[in-house]
Write a protein that binds this ligand. Structure first.
Ligand code: PEP
Ligand code: MN
Length: 264
């Protein structure tokens, strides 16, 4: 059902009026983890000031170590909802367990399925059974075919509001956190009718590569870019090294708007 052969025209994902895949690139910024109302609100203010509508923030964090910050859970979703209401933004947050999907519907606009859960088939089926857009990230070691099949799990339950997100794959290369598979973008665009995003933060893990990789993503046909922003990355409870602070975010967004591939 996700195949372009079955449906030649692009699917547009509608996030309460913000349309993904309509030809104008969209951007998702926000902290890695929701830590407090004040922290999220600071980023939201900066997102809003740019005329943007999408905000991210993790409440359920799939951390590599069980001793690392695991996220605020439902409390975090409540903070996102409050900020979304106050700043008129749409929020994206990762859900890691099928049992939290129903509850999440009250608080967030897009359910993110993270790289580590790309083949959590019960979670995919649960995401397919609700009427909410899904942002599906490519698994750390997933082939494009496996990625497309994961989206098929969602759409086969009736939900076609799916954004695919390339976020880098694990290779032998250690210069970046993961290896951004930029060619996945046109392949996914050719083989499916779904919009495609590129997460430049988790793919590179390097602040100096966010801008060139975002430009490359848009040049090669991505429908949007995701990057992490934190008011004070040095004290962030997760991904401290790779989140932009607000001045860096301002500079990043200004440069992106100057790139020839962004047409509002
Ligand atoms: C995230 O976006 O918060 C995240 C954990 O990303 P990924 O699943 O791509 O590692
Ligand atoms: Mn992160």
């Amino acid at each position: 059902l996700v195949s372009r052969k079955k449906k030649p025209e692009d699917t547009i994902v509608d996030i309460r009026g913000t349309k993904i895949g309509d030809g104008a690139p969209k951007f998702v910024f926000g902290p890695c983890s929701v830590e407090s109302y004040e922290q999220v609100a600071k980023v939201a203010e900066s997102v809003k000031a740019k005329g943007l509508t999408l905000l991210r923030g993790g409440a359920f964090k799939p951390r590599t170590s069980p001793y690392d910050f695991q996220g605020l859970g439902v409390e975090g979703l409540k903070i996102l909802k409050r900020v979304a209401d106050e700043y008129d933004l749409r929020v994206i947050s990762e859900i890691v367990s099928p049992q939290h999907i129903e509850e999440a519907l009250d608080y967030i606009d897009v359910i993110q399925i993270g790289a580590r859960n790309m083949q959590n088939f019960e979670l995919l089926k649960a995401a397919g059974s609700v009427k909410k857009p899904i942002l599906l990230k490519r698994g750390l070691a997933a082939t494009i075919e496996e990625f497309i099949n994961a989206a098929e799990y969602i759409i086969s339950q009736g939900n076609d509001q799916i954004i695919l997100c390339e976020r880098g794959i694990r290779t032998y290369e250690r210069a970046t956190r993961n290896t951004l598979d930029i060619s996945a973008v046109p392949i996914l665009k050719q083989e499916t009718h779904l919009p495609v995003f590129v997460d430049v933060t988790h793919s590179t893990g390097r602040k100096d590569l966010l801008l060139p990789c975002a430009k490359a993503a848009l040049a090669i046909g991505a429908d949007g870019v995701m990057a992490e922003v934190h008011p004070d990355p040095a004290v962030a409870l997760s991904d401290s090294a790779q989140q932009m602070d607000i001045p860096q975010f301002d500079e990043f967004y200004k440069s992106i708007l100057e790139s020839p591939y962004v047409r509002a």
